[in-house]
Design a protein around this ligand. Sequence first.
Ligand code: CA
Length: 229
Amino acid sequence: MTAETSYRGLVLVVEDEPAIADLVRLYLTRDGFGVQMERDGEAGLSAARRLRPVVCVLDIALPGLPGTEICRRLREAGDWTPVIFLTARDDEVDRIVGLELGADDYVTKPFSPRELVARVRAVLRRAAGPDGAEQPRVVGAVTLDPARRTVTAAGAPVQLTSTEFDLLAHLMARPGRVFSREELLAGVWGYAAHAGTRTVDVHVAQVRAKLGPASVIRTHRGVGYAVDA
Ligand code: CA
């Protein structure tokens, strides 16, 4: 296999222990990934923002910023690049999950480099979705990630119910398209049109309230709703 045909994208690895960093770089490179290494948290965050890697592999205990803080800041900015944490202890895992940082996976040290490569490939498969249709949607200051079912407004996470999420996702799938209440009922709720349309208005109002000033949902009087194109 040539480097050209097997190239899988750039992985950012932030790890301050040279022996581990070298091993990870070797295995990822062998598997066809480009690798950018950083040794401290500030440089890692800067590289993540600048280089747009396909996956970030973040050690937790780092000089400067901990890996968890790098992830938190990326997520706050609406960056959902898959993140895999390297943890030093099993008991750190509960903390990572409990922090709800939007981590995609973790590997506990000492780990097999092959295992890490397998995890990197797995998060990329999940992130890609079945046909690329699961890519995050961005309208104005609102970002919606269908794969993770997350929404941010002006960089801040927004907690939507399942139905509210599906409603916003439906509208954001086709910015500028005006959907009638009947179409939304059928498409989101799966109801027949005669089931009543008041519920659509109620849910739209709730989504708008949660998005706040960043709301991108517009009312088209006598027609229905759309998000800004
Ligand atoms: Ca470390």
